[in-house]
Design a protein around this ligand. Structure first.
Ligand code: CA
Ligand code: CA
Ligand code: CA
Length: 271
């Protein structure tokens, strides 16, 4: 009996300990369906501009997030039917502030031999200078504009003395053939290490004066249309004509009046 219990325990433990091909990503965020439009000006333009987005706290670091300096960062993500929007907030040492510092997100798919078979990079500077890149060879990127594509990135940023703020807007699928094509309900970015052979979604800040990148691997699931914000089939509630409301009131008044008159006549008759 004891040996059967022991075997069962071993079986259960071995089942639980088998590594999952897609274990939960520590920097995973579900993009929210956009309710409030975004003014891409590198700042929270109005109080509820980002209140409808989902957010996640991450830590950026050199060496793909594994080495210092570690920068506390928060990102907000939302999408509508055509675009994905990011708000990135990075806590940053004022002394190293540089107007040339830029935020970026890149998406890379390696094959089994870690050769890059697809790459797309979205970069924004603080003054609204944006770059849409492709064809990463492990060291350099090419501009989409040089590869027959378009620059599909809108972005802007600023430094408020404590935080860098960046807003980025990019099509879910620009259809220029060298950008990511993100689909409703799909998850992107399974890698959490540069040697991982899963697809990489990496968010970072290029620190120009220090000449290094602080980064973190992230994972995003694109929101399908939010049913709460879609008018249901059957349309809106129709206005009721005024007479429909007044009719029963008049009827009640008439009935009450008739009862009072009858009661008065009956009282007189009895007297
Ligand atoms: Ca804004
Ligand atoms: Ca493009
Ligand atoms: Ca691109």
């Amino acid at each position: 009996m004891k040996s059967i219990r022991g075997l069962t325990l071993v079986f259960v433990l071995s089942f639980l300990l088998v590594p999952n091909a897609h274990a939960a990503h520590e920097n995973a965020v579900d993009s929210a369906w956009l309710v409030t439009p975004v003014a891409v000006d590198g700042d929270i333009t109005y109080s509820n501009e980002w209140s409808d987005a989902n957010s996640i706290d991450i830590v950026l670091g050199t060496n793909y997030g594994r080495s210092p300096p570690f920068l506390e960062t928060k990102i907000w993500v939302k999408n509508d039917a055509t675009h994905i929007y990011f708000l990135i907030c990075v806590k940053y040492e004022y002394l190293n502030y540089d107007l040339r510092d830029k935020a970026y997100i890149y998406y890379v798919i390696p094959d089994e031999s870690r050769n890059i078979i697809f790459s797309d990079k979205t970069v924004t500077g603080q003054l609204g200078d944006t770059y849409d890149l492709f064809n990463y060879d492990g060291a350099t990127w090419q501009h989409d504009l040089d590869g027959g594509g378009a620059n599909d990135v809108e972005g802007m940023g600023h430094f408020d003395g404590i935080f860098y703020w960046f807003e980025i807007k990019k099509p879910l699928n620009s259809q220029d053939g060298i950008d990511w094509a993100l689909g409703y309900g799909d998850t992107y970015g399974y890698a959490d290490s540069p040697i991982d052979i899963d697809e990489h979604l990496c968010l970072g800040l290029h620190d120009k004066s220090e000449d290094y990148d602080v980064q973190a691997f992230i994972q995003i699931t694109i929101s399908p249309p939010d049913v709460k914000n879609i008018i249901p089939v059957g349309g809106t509630v129709e206005a009721i004509p005024e007479m429909e409301i007044i009719k029963p009131i008049i009827l009640r008044v008439l009935v009450c009046s008739a009862i009072i008159i009858l009661a008065t006549l009956l009282a007189r008759y009895i007297r």
